[in-house]
Design a protein around this ligand. Structure first.
Ligand code: FMN
Length: 168
């Protein structure tokens, strides 16, 4: 395990994120993993942040609302098989760790674990959450991403990155 600044490998990590990164949540002794390809890495209120964009319908949304924390993994190995499961089925219906064979290692600063895969991991604690509101949204984006999923807007979970590290 190598601790690194939150912006370490930023270009590589954002490239990975734009295709497939993983977001892990943990509640009541159970861990859930979803695929995420939308999000932002940056600085807000002088803090390193990751902004997760999670639709209200996701089980992950429910869990983050409860725990206010999650981890993000940018995998440095091919996880396309696991991504199929984690990006298409819901933790409400299945145990995705059992289905994929993915395992976890404990978080260092929060209760939520990180995926035990080669990659870079962020431990995130929500400091501000906001559901999108239709009246402030660009029309083209509304039409493209929300007209067919009415009332399934994303929430922006602005989260302080408490720890960031690479695992082999
Ligand atoms: C490539 C890819 C990227 C995705 N990115 C997001 C995302 O950024 N936000 C989101 O809410 N859902 C995203 N999804 C959908 C969720 O991963 C999917 O609905 C998942 O089943 C939710 O799991 P959950 O109900 O256990 O939270 C993505 C799916 C794929 C395949």
């Amino acid at each position: 395990m190598q601790q690194v600044p939150f912006h370490f490998n930023a270009s590589k990590n954002l490239e990975i994120l734009s295709k497939t990164a993983f977001l892990t949540t943990h509640y009541a002794g159970k861990t859930n993993v979803m695929v995420t390809a939308w999000g932002a890495l940056g600085v807000m209120w002088k803090l390193p942040v990751f902004v997760a964009m999670i639709r209200q319908s996701r089980y992950s949304y429910e869990l983050i609302e409860k725990t206010r924390e999650f981890t993000v993994t940018f995998p440095y190995t091919d996880l396309s098989k696991a991504a199929e499961v984690c990006g298409q089925s819901s933790g409400r219906d299945v145990d995705k760790l059992a289905l994929t064979g993915l395992s976890t290692r404990p978080g260092r600063t929060i209760t939520t674990p990180v995926l035990d895969v080669p990659g870079m991991h962020l431990e995130c604690s929500v400091i501000y959450a906001r559901l999108m509101s239709a009246d402030k949204l660009n029309e083209a984006i509304q039409e493209l991403w929300y007209d067919r999923q009415r009332n399934n807007y994303h929430a922006f979970f602005v989260s302080q990155i408490l720890d960031s590290y690479i695992t082999p």
